[in-house]
Structure formats: structure tokens, C-alpha cells
Design a protein around this ligand. Structure first.
Ligand SMILES: [Ca+2]
Ligand SMILES: [Ca+2]
Length: 229
């Protein structure tokens, strides 16, 4: 009879221990928020507000900010001034920066890109017309970049029940790559838009059920120790 009781207590203790360990070893939880911006003329800026991390949910361990940006409506032309024919890859778009508190900054560079072949300079002028020139008109560019931060010393502005403000700025970005030719570009800025996503990774605070299980486990262990050998 006594043996059967001891077995029962031991089995129960193991079950509580396993339940408690399963809870303790649970993977970190995540929570994310996003906000869209634009379309805006490139060189204009804006702001987006995102929810802070609610400290009641647990301890913040990592912040990831992702910037998805797209561009359209820009044009760029290039005119060959070299005496040889050339390949050309040309792009127009934006360098978009999303900057939050604690110097969390992420940059994306969406570009409308196109490529082709041009003749050698045949007009002695950088006039952006003729068979020695090339243009990008239309199309859409996309880019996405993320940053991750792990230093708890940087987290304070992101914790609370309010909002965290992310500043969005932009400037004109161009791209030129030739196969031997050279010449000037004539860029005209377009528009850009995008989305900022913030992800909070955290370890959960143990709930009342977990604490109760741990307490029962402790009591069971003590009962077993007191049992006669
Ligand atoms: Ca020319
Ligand atoms: Ca020309």
C-alpha cells in the first residue's frame, strides 16, 4: 500500500515537472504591427506611428524593423558621348530611409530599371534623343530591407502602451552601368510608397497556471522526501 502511494506521488511529480519544463522551454513569442505610407513625391518625407510593446506581455528580447518600399513615375535618360556602341543599364528611383528611436535605421532602394543597346555617339551632343540614347519610362521598382536589434539598452522608447514614431525620408537614387560608353544622365524623380513593419520578440511572463504547477511540483517533491525509505 505504502509502495503504491509512493509510486503515485512519484508519477505525479514527474508529470508536474514535465508540464513545468514544457512551459518554461516554450519558444519566444512574437507580435508585429505595420503601417503603410505614400505615395509621395521622392524627396518628400513623412512619419508613421506603430504600437509600442506592451510590457505586461513579457520581456522584450529583440526588435526587427522591416521597410518595404516601391517606386514608380520617374524617368531617366542617358546619352552616349563615346565613339563606340555600348550596352546600358539604367535606373531611377528612391533611397528610402525609415528611422526610429535609438538610432534604429533601415534603408531600401527601389529602382525602375531597364537595359538595352545604344549606338556610338552620332550627333556630337548630349541631347538624350536618337539611337545613341536610352531612356527608362514606366515600370515599378521594389526593395525590402530589415534590421534586428538585441540590446535591451536600446528598447526603452519601444516599450509602453502608446506609439513609437518612425521617420520616413527619401532622396533620388539613380543607377547607370555601361559596357564602354559614357555620357550624362537626365533624371526626373517619381513617387514612392511603402510599409514599415515592427516585430517584437519576447519571452512570456509565466501565467498563474504555470506558477500554480510549479508550486504543486515543489510540494510533491517535499512530500516524497519526507516519505520513509
Ligand atoms: Ca550623343
Ligand atoms: Ca543623342
Amino acid at each position: 500500500m505504502q509502495m503504491r502511494n509512493r509510486m503515485r506521488v512519484a508519477t505525479f511529480t514527474v508529470a508536474v515537472f514535465v508540464a513545468a519544463m514544457t512551459t518554461a522551454a516554450a519558444p519566444a513569442a512574437t507580435q508585429s504591427h505595420f503601417s503603410d505610407f505614400g505615395p509621395l513625391a521622392v524627396t518628400n518625407g513623412t512619419q508613421v506611428d506603430l504600437s509600442q510593446f506592451d510590457p505586461a506581455k513579457g520581456a522584450l528580447t529583440k526588435i526587427t524593423i522591416t521597410l518595404d518600399a516601391s517606386t514608380s513615375g520617374g524617368t531617366i535618360a542617358w546619352d552616349n558621348e563615346a565613339g563606340i556602341a555600348s550596352t546600358i543599364q539604367l535606373g531611377i528611383g528612391a533611397e528610402v530611409t525609415a528611422a526610429g528611436p535609438s538610432a534604429f535605421s533601415v534603408v531600401a532602394k527601389p529602382l525602375q530599371l531597364d537595359n538595352g543597346n545604344v549606338d556610338a555617339d552620332n550627333d556630337g551632343a548630349a541631347d538624350f534623343i536618337g539611337t545613341d540614347s536610352f531612356s527608362v519610362v514606366g515600370g515599378v521598382g521594389n526593395d525590402s530591407m530589415s534590421i534586428e536589434r538585441f540590446n535591451p539598452g536600446d528598447f526603452a522608447p519601444y516599450i509602453g502602451l502608446g506609439q513609437v514614431t518612425i521617420d520616413i525620408t527619401s532622396q533620388v537614387e539613380t543607377f547607370v552601368s555601361t559596357g564602354g560608353g559614357f555620357g550624362p544622365i537626365d533624371p526626373v524623380a517619381g513617387n514612392y510608397s511603402g510599409r514599415v513593419t515592427i516585430e517584437y520578440e519576447f519571452t512570456s511572463v509565466p501565467g498563474p497556471a504555470t506558477i500554480a504547477l510549479l508550486a504543486i511540483g515543489a510540494v510533491s517533491t517535499r512530500c516524497r522526501r519526507r516519505s520513509p525509505a
